[in-house]
Design a protein around this ligand. Structure first.
Ligand SMILES: Cc1cc2nc3c(=O)[nH]c(=O)nc-3n(C[C@H](O)[C@H](O)[C@H](O)COP(=O)(O)OP(=O)(O)OC[C@H]3O[C@@H](n4cnc5c(N)ncnc54)[C@H](O)[C@@H]3O)c2cc1C
Length: 349
């Protein structure tokens, strides 16, 4: 088996930053999920059950959960990252990984995002400051997104993610950083690693083309609410492998497991953006008042009847003027100017 990677190493678009594999969208906790799909946690892997959320007025509220709502990992080419851990496991299984090899055709296409639906700027550095998981919800500082300051095990990551006004990412980043430093002053080295990267989300009826299976963000798989795509990438990659080994239809497999989730996450994102800063304040308040943040977040991921009713309306009216370069074919996304005839997602009978 061969894997082709366009860059000279794994994880090239990331900078050793802390990211999280969320554990609230499914009943199966992340360690059990990884074990089921045959992945060993041979990388930095730390479950977390607390965080501090800030609203646009700077009110900070602590959220806590009975069990981890996610597991932090690191991304990038460095030792201890998810990317390097997966590479080691693939090689141990005899996979031939070919670097500097940009190819167009394969059985499984996992080429990542193709066009910006969301954009983030991040910095990461070593620190001896106290641990924190701070998330700042303020549409003025990060339109449609959020900014975050994670310090865990001596690694700090500050980031600002937005879904609009991409040309001003540096301004939003600087203002978000200044606001975070006003809240809790923290030192940053003059030279720390900075990265820009984008994210893709779209809804489709098929993630296949000419026999190729598209997985991860190349197929727009992502939890659109917070722009979290790792669990989707791992799940869709595993399903693509199963479809080959078991000679099953990939589109049927992912539609059953991921289709309804994607539709719910579209509605969640619509609510997140259209509720403005008042809506975000309510979210912060409710999350902190909930006895168990994991359970509260799980509630957001559940496909309620009213979300199913709202989904087609959101798809019809919720648009922007961006460019669309999504793969692989007919789909719905916010920047498409023509209405695609994409029926509601879900298991195919
Ligand atoms: C700043 C930032 C923070 C994020 N934080 C989180 C988080 O905390 N939690 C979370 O769940 N998600 C997070 N995400 C999203 C998550 O990182 C992605 O959803 C996930 O990496 C998608 O995985 P993928 O395999 O689809 O694509 P990628 O991880 O982008 O991998 C695609 C790979 O394909 C290679 N490639 C591209 N084209 C070709 C080609 N033609 N031939 C060969 N190789 C090619 C690329 O070089 C790249 O290595 C974040 C994203 C960003 C930008």
């Amino acid at each position: 088996m061969e894997v082709h990677e366009a860059k000279p190493d794994v994880g090239y678009r990331f900078i050793g930053d802390l990211q999280i594999i969320e554990s609230a969208s499914e009943k199966e906790p992340v360690p059990a999920f990884l074990e089921r799909i045959g992945i060993e946690p041979n990388f930095y892997f730390r479950g977390v059950d607390w965080s501090t959320f800030y609203d646009h007025r700077g009110n900070g509220r602590v959220v806590r959960s009975g069990k981890p709502y996610g597991w932090f990992i690191r991304r990038g080419p460095e030792e201890g990252s998810l990317d390097r851990g997966l590479l080691a496991q693939a090689k141990a299984l005899g996979v031939n990984v070919v670097f500097n090899s940009r190819i167009q055709e394969a059985d499984i296409i996992a080429t990542g995002p193709a066009t910006p639906d969301g954009l983030a700027r991040e910095m990461t550095w070593k620190t001896d400051e106290p641990e924190r998981i701070d998330v700042f919800f303020n549409h003025e500082l990060s339109p449609g997104g959020y900014s975050y300051m994670f310090i865990l095990d001596g690694i700090a990551t500050f980031g600002c993610a937005i879904v609009a006004d991409f040309k001003k990412i540096d301004e939003y980043y600087e203002h978000s950083l200044a606001a975070a430093q006003r809240m809790h002053p923290f030192a940053m080295p003059a030279e720390s690693r900075t990265g820009y990267s984008y994210m893709n989300f779209h809804l489709k009826q098929a993630a296949t083309r000419d026999g190729a299976r598209f997985v991860g963000e190349a197929a727009g798989f992502q939890d659109y609410l917070f722009g979290l795509g790792i669990r989707y990438a791992l799940t869709s990659g595993h399903l693509a492998a199963r479809s080959i080994l078991e000679n099953r239809d990939f589109d049927e497999l992912w539609r059953e497991q991921l289709g309804p989730k994607q539709e719910t996450s579209l509605v969640n994102r619509f609510l997140y953006e259209s509720g403005g800063n008042v809506g975000l304040s309510m979210f912060v308040r409710q999350a902190s008042r909930a006895r168990d943040f994991h359970r509260y977040l799980s509630g957001w991921h559940q496909g309620r009847w009213w979300k199913r009713l709202l989904a087609p309306i959101v798809r019809r009216v919720w648009r922007h003027d961006g460019r669309c370069m999504h793969k692989p074919g007919a789909h719905w996304c916010r920047s498409r100017d023509t209405e695609m005839k994409v029926p509601p997602l879900g298991p195919v009978v």
